[in-house]
Write a protein that binds this ligand. Structure first.
Ligand code: PLP
Length: 408
């Protein structure tokens, strides 16, 4: 039997059934009208972000990376809970505005920004995290053409990466950001051209569970910001320290110790050199903020046996939960936290493989894991589905269409 990932704290059974945000899974499905369904818990989101804020230094802004979950009601809730929003496209920028987010609180990072996206960002006063010298020139030209002042920061490609991170965004040749040694010249240039100078965005990696690795990266990031600010010859209004806070998805993963990270950052903040004394700092997080508060519910539509192995076939699949199928940034497929929601407190009775309804062997939601005996009609819950689920999966593949979503 293969192990399953750890179910996040805060989920319990009532009458044998998984309860999410105070409601039984089957009641939520009834309310939504169908499966598959993503449920996001308002209370869990609030509590989780409050705990993070308590652990971090006072004054450190928390920015939400919209790419993790751009569902409108989630964005609306996040606008009460965070201090800024990171968008990766004109589409995400529009979603943030639609949710009522003030453009002043939005920054736009990501390679390949089109002229129309740059123009929209400049028009609304969104901070653009420049990914290259070429992008800087285009932004400056558009601002001059439109008679506006662009709010520009430079995304720095640091010479280090985030150790142990699932996705490295720095250290060596990268399509992201401007190589550190060329940053001061670019900063001087855009300031001279009359842009509003917004500072540095330094994002070294994603999905790290080691506090030591994050502490080390944040420390190197601050050192780099000090050096680049001095070489740029201008005070640094803002420094985005990146993110990389991970969540446990797989067997053996331990939650990140945010108290340790926060304590180390507080110590660094008490000893900043004068050049950063007026700098406002932020961290930019996606999955850490929303990942654990979401559950994907899908219904078993067939139970079959092949060569002695039990397959539970659901109406969901990788078209909504690509990451749980092991096809979104993981090298070796391991099981996510998965349970039979309608038999949540029942003991393990058999080994089963839970698959989706797509005709590809990739569409596995749990591989050879231990479950209570489940039948057609039972609901399956996939946890850690609040980030990179609905919007990061190929919903149109094979024509099944998107899942329902609900914030409760
Ligand atoms: C620039 C940037 N910000 C934020 C994030 C969010 O990362 P995570 O969801 O792991 O916190 C990413 C992820 O790729 C990113 O590239």
């Amino acid at each position: 039997m293969k192990p399953l990932g750890p179910i996040p704290a805060g989920f319990a059974a009532v009458d044998g059934e998984l309860v999410i945000a105070g409601h039984k899974a089957s009641d939520l499905v009834e309310r939504a009208g169908d499966t598959p369904l993503f449920v996001y818990s308002r209370t869990m989101l609030r509590n989780h972000i409050a705990r993070l804020r308590d652990a971090m230094p006072e004054g450190l802004a928390i920015h939400y990376a919209v790419k993790a979950n751009p569902y409108g009601p989630v964005l609306e809730l996040m606008s009460e809970l965070v201090d800024g929003f990171d968008v990766a496209s004109g589409g995400e920028m529009a979603m943030a505005f639609k949710a009522g987010v003030s453009p002043q609180l939005v920054s736009f990072a990501g390679p390949g920004k089109r002229d129309t996206e740059l123009a929209a960002a400049i028009h609304h006063g969104v901070t653009i995290n420049l990914e290259s010298e070429g992008e800087a020139e285009r932004a400056l030209e558009i601002a001059s053409r439109d008679g506006r002042t662009a709010r520009l920061a430079i995304r720095v490609n640091p010479d280090f990466d985030l150790k142990g991170s699932g996705m490295k965004m720095g250290g060596g040749a990268k399509p992201f950001g401007v190589d550190a040694e060329r940053v001061p010249a670019l900063a001087r240039h855009i300031i001279k051209q009359g842009a509003e100078w917004r500072g540095f965005h330094i994002f070294a990696g994603s999905q790290a569970l080691s506090a030591d690795a994050l502490i080390d990266t944040q420390s190197q990031t601050i050192d780099l910001a000090v050096r680049l600010a001095a070489e740029s010859g201008a005070p640094l209004p803002h420094c985005n320290l990146g993110g990389g806070f991970g969540i446990p998805y797989f067997p053996g993963d331990e939650p990140l110790d945010i108290m340790e990270v926060g304590t180390a950052l507080k110590a660094r903040f008490t000893a900043l050199p004068p050049i950063l004394s007026e700098t406002r700092f932020c961290i930019e997080l996606g999955r850490y903020l929303v990942g654990g508060s979401g559950v994907y519910l899908t219904r078993i539509v067939d139970r079959k046996v092949s060569h002695g192995e039990v397959f539970l076939v659901t109406d969901g699949g990788l078209h909504h939960q690509l990451a749980a199928s092991g096809n979104f940034g993981t090298v070796v497929r391991r099981n996510y936290p998965v349970a039979i929601a309608t038999r949540f407190d029942a003991p393990v009775e058999e080994e089963a493989t839970i698959v989706g309804c797509l005709c590809t062997p990739m569409d596995k939601l749990a591989d050879k894991a231990g479950f209570p005996h489940a039948e057609v009609g039972d609901l399956v819950a996939i946890f850690c589905a609040g980030a990179y689920g609905a919007s990061a999966s190929p919903a149109q593949f094979l024509g099944h269409g998107p899942a329902l979503e609900m914030l409760v």
